[in-house]
Design a binder for this molecule. Structure first.
Ligand SMILES: [Zn+2]
Ligand SMILES: [Zn+2]
Length: 419
């Protein structure tokens, strides 16, 4: 018989305390997306001090990524993967806490330090209680905030031999939700989003004779009006959609003698489903040809390129290029995976809540196939994610680790059943 873990899933107070201290240490020394090497160095040394051997650790997956592997690979026993994001944000720490960031303009304002500590608690527990069936892969993923980390991990040659088609589970702490409540949703859990970059180029002139140049000011304001009008058409999308203008700039500040030549508009498109995102993108493409455009960037999406290419604004003399960046698909949960999460949460003594509607934010976890994502309540008084005062609640380290270990227990029991 397989030795089953106890109701605490083998998680000890010593492990929880060590991981809490690690969380504070990571908070003191945050790393931005694509610059996580020091964070991964610290995770590796922490895991090795906790008994994880060097041959269980696989670095440089996805640039700064790390995979920690437990158990033995067996064809009849499928693997399972748990993922934590590890990057911080370009936000100056304002929270008055003893472990406040020591790096100017960088801080853990999304709680990825806590997610990392949770995964380290799972790792140390697996050192004491290795999986009896198949492998458990713990994924420490970089660059979530830039939407690139999951894609980088998956496309790394080191990924497939270790993770293959294993189901992947991940969590995010959710300020406002009851502390340690496990939030689930079958189907779409978190929204799709895309960044839209629009650049306009005209011709510079003296401010006294703007008619001799070609200012993009009208094109710029036309684009902003057109984009902001899209949400009022949300009924056409079946579900909510949002267009947020995140940045706009024209010419150079204080250049009172110059009629400007260039402008930029950046907006985030957001929908509840991937289908609605296709629809919204088509609506954007439909609107943009009505503003001055003559040039198509080779990086734009084909559907937009076709429409914009038909623009007839050459007479306006302003060229427009645009591109899609930060493309996050919607996170669509597998119902069987959600079932497993809910059973694990109940086994860990936590309440569960199935969300009526998807979250409006996006997660690059959605780039993993067979992924199931869930929320862990950070309490009603916790400031929002990315807020200056936000700090990850330490109590969640033990709760989060128990949910992952509970998922593993459920999966191991399922594999044991035919025997
Ligand atoms: Zn974030
Ligand atoms: Zn986050």
């Amino acid at each position: 018989m397989t030795e089953m873990l106890s109701s605490s899933f083998g998680l000890t107070h010593t492990t929880i305390q060590q991981c809490l201290e690690l969380r504070h240490e990571l908070h003191l020394n945050p790393s931005l997306s694509f610059e996580e090497k020091p964070t991964v160095d610290r995770i590796v040394s922490f895991l090795q001090a906790g008994g994880v051997s060097a041959d269980q650790l696989h670095r440089l997956v996805g640039g700064c990524g790390l995979l920690a592997v437990f158990g033995t690979k067996k064809t009849e026993s499928p693997s399972i993967c748990f993922r934590a994001d590890i990057d911080a944000l370009p936000i100056n720490e304002m929270a008055g806490i003893p472990w406040a960031s020591t790096v100017p303009n960088v801080s853990h304002k999304c709680g990825h330090d806590g997610h990392t500590a949770i995964m380290c608690a799972v790792a140390l527990t697996l050192v004491q209680h290795p999986p009896q069936h198949g492998q458990v892969i713990l994924c420490f993923q970089p660059s979530e905030e830039r939407g690139e980390g999951a894609k980088l991990m998956r496309s790394d040659p080191g990924w497939d031999p270790l993770v293959g088609s294993a189901p992947i589970y991940g969590l995010h702490n959710i300020p406002g939700a009851p502390l340690a409540a496990v939030l689930t949703r079958r189907g779409v859990f978190a929204s799709a989003s895309r960044g839209l970059n629009i650049r306009l180029e005209g011709r510079v002139a003296h401010a006294a004779t703007p008619e001799k140049g070609c200012s993009p000011v009208l094109a710029m304001t036309g684009i902003i009006h057109a984009l902001l009008g899209l949400p009022s058409m949300s009924l056409a999308f079946g579900n909510a959609c949002k267009v947020t203008v995140v940045h706009a700039a024209l010419g150079t500040p204080d250049a009172f003698g110059t009629s400007p030549a260039s402008a930029v508009v950046q907006a985030t498109l957001r929908t509840h489903s991937n289908e609605d995102m296709v629809h919204l993108t088509a609506q954007v493409a439909h609107l943009l040809p009505s503003v001055p455009t003559v040039h198509v960037d080779s990086t734009v999406m084909p559907i937009m390129a076709i429409r914009i290419g038909s623009g007839l604004a050459a007479a306006h003399g302003v060229t427009m290029t645009h591109s899609i960046v930060d493309d996050f698909p919607a996170q669509v949960n597998d119902p069987k995976g959600v079932e497993l999460v809910e059973r694990a949460a109940r086994a860990a003594g936590l309440s569960t809540e199935e969300l009526a509607t998807p979250f409006a934010w996006s997660e690059d976890f959605s780039n993993y196939p067979r992924g199931t994502f869930f929320g862990l309540g950070a309490g009603p008084t916790c400031p929002p994610l990315h807020d200056l005062q936000y700090d990850f609640p330490d109590e969640l380290i033990a709760h989060g680790a128990r949910v992952f270990l509970g998922i593993l227990q459920q999966q191991q029991q399922q594999q044991q059943q035919p025997v």
